[in-house]
Design a protein around this ligand. Structure first.
Ligand code: AHR
Length: 518
């Protein structure tokens, strides 16, 4: 039903100039939000973050140490905390990733000198263990996020996980709880989520799904939470991309074993090691290719969910997409093992369409973690010494804050198409939600980087007189924010004009817009 905005006025003016012609050619889509058919709750946990001991994600990005000249609170940098508080990070997955399956928590506690180990996965660098469990929990309390701890299954034992949980959560005066008190934290910590292994099909032990399911059952048996005030959810290590056999086998073999979530990992733009898609300086072909891979998330979530439905029709087990985002070529001159990449307006589009996919599957996808929070892969924040810059992806997460724990609302619209070379994508990607503040929010991504888009919005069950919010646009296909120019891609105010009973929004090419209907 794609139509073009050729109004009588525009047709009349067309004879007199290109400007009017250009306006006449702007694609238009009509979108209707149905507020009378609310869907599932969009869990705030889908806006989760991932922080691994990798490159400068932790050291430099979060932890600078108490004696640093960079302003910090107990060693954790204040600028980063303030920025993360503003996007209301719901949870942070830590300490990995592949790092988690080589991590031994006892080396990361204590007030004295801690053992120095190697980070064999990521650059083979020294791991000083100065950021450990107590520092992680302090960081979470500073930003107001829940904990998501990844337990070592690949190179450890159920006993090590059980003792880590006792250290973190015991209310009773066991020796480990006393050690926690001596390390400065008498009250038990809350472990909201426990990941049992990471990528157990790969860096987490190269297991078969049958073997992993056995390991899961054994680890889960002893993974006890002693903090009676806060329940702990257990998340099993899930499939890589389209490994549906993994999901099938783990769901079948772990039924009734107290599994609250099963994970899924999928990176856009990544095919084989080493990653080759440039993060900046790319052309339209590379733009279209990466966005196309991102849209594959819908197919993956749909198919994994269908398998989960067979074993869990009541959807008690969440599909937890605890690693997603763009995995691109590392920034020239950086250590390839540090996975440091720039973040462009393309990443903003990628983030928005992925979040929209999660909202459409909100009944099953109840948690997700973008990889990774700071200085690694598709980051929210980049730092360099005392400098910090917010990425386009950060701004998308900020624009979506009202969507946390909102209710999904269906939207009917004709997406249209955008074609470049052999790649055809939907032109528009639209989602809606009713937020806790009572307002209806609509998110519209104009995927087409070559043409503006007019959206004529209306709502069933709501008399909306205006729509206003923010739009994220960029001067170039691959615009980025840098330490020197941090405001190239920042949200700007946008509002709709009323026309023939619709609210009309004019959106820039390659843009992300979130408005509320009032
Ligand atoms: O996010 C980087 C790595 O990607 C993680 O450590 C691992 O789980 C995945 O392969």
């Amino acid at each position: 039903m794609r139509r073009y905005a050729i109004s009588l006025t525009a047709m009349g003016l067309a004879a007199f100039g290109w400007a009017a012609m250009a306006e006449a050619a702007t694609p238009v889509t009509k979108a209707t939000v149905d507020t009378t058919q609310p869907g599932a709750e969009i869990s705030r946990q889908i806006f989760g973050q991932f922080a691994e001991h990798l490159g400068t994600g932790i050291y430099g990005g979060i932890w600078v140490g108490k004696d640093s000249a960079i302003p910090n609170t107990r060693g954790i940098r204040n600028d980063v905390v303030a920025a993360l508080k503003a996007i209301k990070v719901p949870n942070v997955r830590w300490p990995g990733g592949c790092f988690a399956d080589e991590y031994h928590w006892e080396k990361g506690i204590g007030t004295g000198k801690r053992p120095v180990t190697l980070n064999s996965n990521w650059g083979g660098v020294i791991e000083p263990n100065t950021f450990g469990t107590d520092e992680y929990m302090d960081f979470l309390s500073q930003i107001g996020a829940d904990s998501y701890v990844s337990a070592n299954v690949g190179s450890s034992t159920p006993r090590e996980t059980a003792e880590w949980l006792e250290y973190m959560t015991s209310e009773k005066e066991t020796s480990l709880a006393v050690a926690r008190r001596e390390n400065g934290h008498p009250a038990p910590y809350a472990v909201h989520f426990l990941g049992i292994g990471n990528e157990s099909w790969g860096c987490g032990g190269n297991m078969t799904p049958e073997h992993y399911a056995d390991e899961y059952r054994q680890f889960a048996t002893y993974a006890k939470n002693y903090n009676s005030a806060v329940p702990m959810k257990k998340i099993a290590s899930g499939a890589n991309v389209d490994d549906y056999n993994w999901t099938e086998t783990v769901m079948k073999d772990t039924q009734g074993q107290g599994m609250d979530g099963l994970s899924l990992h999928f990176y856009s733009g990544f095919e084989n090691w080493p990653p080759y898609q440039p993060a900046t300086g790319f052309d339209e072909t590379e733009y279209a290719k990466v966005i196309k891979t991102a849209l594959r998330m819908d197919e993956l979530v749909t198919k994994h969910s269908a398998i989960m439905d067979k074993y869990d029709p009541q959807k008690k087990v969440a599909l937890v997409v605890d690693e997603w985002g763009a995995w691109l070529k590392n920034e020239p001159g950086t250590n390839p093992g540090f996975l440091y990449q720039q973040n462009s307006q393309r990443d903003a589009v990628l983030a928005a369409v992925t979040i929209n996919i999660f909202t459409r599957h909100a009944d099953r996808v109840r948690m997700a973690n973008i990889a990774q929070m700071i200085n690694v892969l598709q980051a929210m924040i980049l730092t360099d010494g005392d400098k910090m810059v917010l990425t386009p992806t950060y701004h998308v997460f900020k624009m979506y804050v009202p969507w946390q724990d909102a209710t999904f609302l269906p939207v009917s619209y004709d997406a249209g198409t955008y074609t470049h070379g052999t790649v055809t994508l939907p032109r528009a990607d639209i989602a809606a939600a009713k937020a806790k503040d009572g307002k209806v929010y609509v998110s519209i991504t104009n995927i087409d980087p070559t043409q503006p888009l007019e959206v004529d919005l209306s709502a069933l069950g709501l008399k909306a007189k205006s729509a206003s919010g923010q739009t994220l646009t960029a001067p170039k296909l691959d615009s980025i924010n840098t330490f020197d120019k941090p405001n190239t891609v920042v949200p700007k105010a946008i509002s709709a004009t009323a026309k023939n009973g619709s609210l009309v929004l004019k959106l820039a090419p390659e843009s992300v817009t979130v408005v509320s209907l009032d």
